[in-house]
Design a protein around this ligand. Structure first.
Ligand SMILES: Cc1cc2nc3c(=O)[nH]c(=O)nc-3n(C[C@H](O)[C@H](O)[C@H](O)COP(=O)(O)O)c2cc1C
Ligand code: SF4
Length: 462
């Protein structure tokens, strides 16, 4: 295994190893502080981070307001306080070693306001901000104002070029690096473009060379590329280290750090990940953001898959093709194809008796209990996203004007609950596609390692 040389990240010489940010509360001050302590980069999640009381105990989010826009404001205030508390604690745990980064989901409603307030309230503790899921145009300007480095997360050279031309060329001084996240392998949301086939993964090397060429053409020869998605052990990546075609690189680990003593996820979640097999993580498009994402195929996802498979197209008026009447509820009937009649009836007979329309002129079938829960989740929406397909909330306009989509789910609720000890069966569990490697990696044979022990292994290529 080649020796890992230090690299400058966010203004400091550190090991080229980064813990990726994971929301909600799947990376926090304890994990990121421990990574930084080992002279690496730790990234806490700025998506609904935990605020702490005077004794350091977590203050769980509770929303009291009746109106959604007011609950949204409550959520923003929790997030700002949480971001400041996590930043300060992470910095303290790091003992001033390494670098602390914060990750923000750009598609959060009011993400810019939250970044600004957190940076203002935790000056000196956060050295870099990473941002993915969308095109974070204003990130450069915002971070530069605080003399904090910024790192867009992109999945193609083209996406970086768009950001550069429109915004970053004006504030290149604090561009700390570019995170290339493999859209077929990484855990969490994935940046697959319409031109890319989710079933035809492309190897990262040529895409990274293209990114480096693009950076060089813009005079960014010294800007490091942080390789994320599918990184497990560095002996698999030796050809990427000290490679003149790629220039300076660092490696970001998202899934692997989740099984460490400092990782905030529940023991049940860790234990599940230790026993997964190849293929247990799937790339799918159920997120209410509209992005692809990679998560463990548990009963939460299986229910969504089943609902999607049971989907039936309809028309409002009968015609030669859509000839059979389907009663949606007391007041509404639609027309479906004769071939779909049996499919519909089978689901109704199996107890999926509530029929709901989607925004795409289809209906899906669900149990009365699932429908009750869906209504409750929508009623309790806190407007976390700038636009949400599940609830139709839009930060800009109040509503997207579309029908709420019953094929999606409330991502805030499910990630918050599982990030605070909720059931691993009934919630979304983001994970990368290499998660099956936990089961055979000797590091985990004798129990859960500390961050320090994990990094020692990573350094020697294991
Ligand atoms: C549970 C989980 C949550 C994640 N949440 C976020 C997030 O909120 N924002 C983000 O930019 N990336 C998120 N990621 C992506 C990671 O930061 C990292 O880039 C990715 O996991 C790397 O790929 P790997 O999983 O193959 O290691 C998440 C990943 C996981 C596994
Ligand atoms: S319904 Fe949508 S916007 Fe509302 S809290 Fe849930 S995910 Fe966020």
């Amino acid at each position: 295994m080649k020796k890992l040389n230090s690299i400058i990240l966010s203004g400091k010489e550190v090991l080229p190893l980064v813990e990726g940010g994971k929301g909600i509360n799947a990376s926090n001050a304890y994990s990121s502080g421990a990574w930084a302590h080992e002279n690496c980069v730790g990234t806490f999640s700025g998506v609904s981070p935990d605020a702490l009381d005077n004794n350091g105990n977590v203050i769980l989010e509770r929303f009291s307001k009746k109106i959604r826009a007011e609950r949204h404001e409550e959520m923003v205030q929790y997030a700002i306080q949480g971001g400041i508390d996590q930043a300060k604690l992470a910095y303290e745990i790091s003992s001033g070693n390494g670098r602390i980064h914060m990750n923000m989901l750009w598609e959060m409603a009011d993400s810019e306001r939250m970044i600004e307030a957190i940076l203002e309230g935790s000056k000196g503790c956060i050295h870099g901000v990473t941002c993915g899921a969308g095109l974070p145009y204003h990130l450069g300007e915002l971070a530069s104002k605080f003399k904090v480095y910024y790192y867009p997360i992109i999945s193609s050279a083209r996406a970086f070029m768009v950001l550069w031309k429109r915004a970053y060329s004006k504030c290149s001084e604090f561009l700390g690096g570019v995170v290339y996240e493999d859209p077929w392998l990484a855990g969490g949301h994935n940046g697959l473009s319409n031109a890319e086939n989710p079933d035809a993964p492309e190897p990262p090397y040529n895409r990274l060379v293209e990114l480096r060429k693009t950076l060089n053409s813009l005079g960014l020869e010294k800007t490091p590329i942080i390789i994320a998605g599918g990184v497990w052990k560095l002996s698999d990546w030796e050809d990427y280290i000290d490679n003149p075609e790629l220039g300076d690189v660092a490696f970001q680990f998202g899934t692997r750090p989740m099984i460490t003593k400092e990782s905030p996820i529940s023991d049940a979640w860790k234990n599940l990940m230790l026993h997964l097999k190849k293929g247990d993580v799937i790339l799918q498009k159920f997120s209410p953001t509209g992005f692809f994402s990679s998560a463990i195929k548990n009963s939460f996802l299986e229910k969504l898959i089943e609902r999607k498979n049971g989907e039936v197209s309809f028309k409002n008026e009968p015609d030669a093709e859509y000839s059979h009447e389907l009663k949606v509820n007391e007041h509404r009937k639609v027309y479906i194809k004769p071939d779909d009649m049996q499919k519909a009836q089978n689901q109704i007979d199996a107890g999926l008796s509530v029929i709901q329309e989607t925004p795409d002129d289809t209906v899906v079938f669900m149990t009365p209990d699932d429908w009750k829960k869906m209504k409750q989740d929508r009623a309790e929406c806190v407007g976390c996203l700038s636009q949400c397909q599940f609830s139709t909330w839009s930060r800009a306009n109040g509503t997207t004007g579309k029908l709420p989509d019953p094929r999606t789910y409330c991502i805030h609720k499910t990630l918050y609950e599982v990030g605070h000890g909720g059931s691993i069966k009934d919630h979304l569990l983001f994970a990368g596609h290499q998660v099956y490697r936990f089961a055979t990696d000797p590091l985990y044979r004798d129990g859960i390692p500390t961050v320090k022990e994990l990094i020692e292994k990573i350094k020697i290529g294991e």
